[in-house]
Design a binder for this molecule. Structure first.
Ligand SMILES: Cc1cc2nc3c(=O)[nH]c(=O)nc-3n(C[C@H](O)[C@H](O)[C@H](O)COP(=O)(O)O)c2cc1C
Length: 358
């Protein structure tokens, strides 16, 4: 990390943001951060097995087109990191493995590089993997209420060659974060004004507490290209922040209590599909297996994203990320084969067995 002897205000603020991101990496790698009970809901569903699929395994086509970009499979490396040298290395391991698999990747919050442009290199992944088919930039939507402008977000996205921007919405995380930005009033209008000025499509995502009916209705009224549900059942950001909460204050205990607060992923997918019509719905939050991906797609998602499991792999090695992706993609291929689905569109026609209906 660049350390000027007398840091100017911008550098020190950038370092604070980047330092927090590093703490998040440690917590996500070392602590229990699963949502503490509530599950994604995906595990309750089944897909009808077809013992006579009448197609060849090797001919199963996993490819999908998202925002006009062709992915070899309906998968995205979820938004995680950037801002420090360690984060840059993790991003590079992730992006090379993603590009080799032909899938998309999302960067973590780029706020640190808005504050300190010197940190831009920690988010730059295009050079490491020029053939990555789809790259998402990222910033907290609430930053629009703290002085970040649409022009800054547009420059931030362009600086890393992002094809689209994810605005994350994380009121629960910010409320538990010791230094959280909690002024969410009027944010819908700010997003409505910012989105058309970005020059690239915008999506909104949660970070693990999900998008329910009320939020989906408000978000669907915005000129968004889509939504990433980031539902309950995977990494809990209330819990992650509880590890950083100061002793004696209420936030640590409240973060633990509300670790499972929100909209489970399966429900959020169905809600967002209804609200967003033909627009992109990204399934995320606790996606762990090829079956999770398949059920998410059958419930209406266009593509799925995994975050923490790929961080754990990346912390080990690039080969570990490749292996994790290879297992997921082969599992997904086997599921399509064994449900008689020649492609992802056909998977959506497969009979979904509702929870308790077996
Ligand atoms: C280490 C780490 C850092 C993250 N940082 C961001 C971020 O900067 N911006 C964002 O939108 N989401 C961020 N997320 C949230 C993920 O994109 C995802 O929505 C959430 O972790 C749930 O997915 P999972 O259960 O697969 O981890 C982060 C997740 C992890 C594990």
């Amino acid at each position: 990390m660049p350390a000027a002897s007398v840091p100017d205000r911008a550098t020190s603020e950038g370092d604070v943001v980047a330092g927090r991101k590093d703490a998040h990496l440690d917590i996500c790698l070392e602590e229990a951060v699963g949502s503490n009970g509530p599950a994604t809901g995906l595990g309750g569903y089944g897909l009808e097995y077809d013992a006579l699929p009448e197609l060849d395994l090797e001919r199963v086509d996993l490819s999908v087109t998202v925002l006009g970009k062709k992915l070899a499979a309906p998968l995205i490396v979820g938004a995680m990191t950037g801002g420090t040298e360690r984060a840059r290395e993790i991003n590079h391991r992730l992006v090379r493995a993603a590009a080799r698999a032909g899938i998309g990747m999302a960067l973590g919050s780029q706020r640190a590089m808005i504050v300190d442009p010197g940190l831009t290199r920690t988010f730059e992944v295009r050079d490491a993997a020029p053939d990555l088919p789809l790259l998402f930039g990222n910033v907290g939507a609430v930053q629009l209420n703290y002085g970040v402008t649409a022009a800054q977000v547009a420059r931030m996205a362009a600086a890393v060659g992002a094809d689209a921007v994810n605005f994350h919405l994380n009121p629960l995380q910010e409320a538990i974060q010791p230094e959280g930005d909690t002024r969410f009033a009027g944010l819908g209008q700010k997003l409505a004004e910012a989105i058309p000025a970005l020059g690239v499509p915008a999506l909104v995502k949660e970070v693990g507490a999900g998008i329910g009916e009320r939020a989906a209705a408000k978000l669907a009224a915005l000129p968004l290209a889509g939504v990433e549900v980031a539902g309950v059942g995977g990494t809990s950001w209330a819990l992650v922040e509880s590890y950083r909460a100061p002793e004696g204050g209420p936030q640590g205990e409240v973060g633990r209590r509300l670790a499972g607060f929100g909209v489970p992923t399966a429900h959020a997918i169905a809600v967002c599909r209804r609200a967003f019509g033909e627009r992109i719905v990204v399934a995320s939050g606790g996606i762990r297996t090829g079956m999770d991906v398949a059920v998410a797609l059958a419930l209406g998602a266009d593509v799925a994203a995994l975050a923490r499991p790929l961080l754990v792999a990346a912390a080990e090695s690039e080969a570990a990320v490749e292996r994790a992706l290879a297992i997921l993609l082969y599992e997904l291929r086997v599921i399509l084969f064994c449900t008689g689905a020649a492609n992802v569109a056909a998977l959506r026609q497969v009979r979904v067995i509702a929870p308790g209906a077996r």
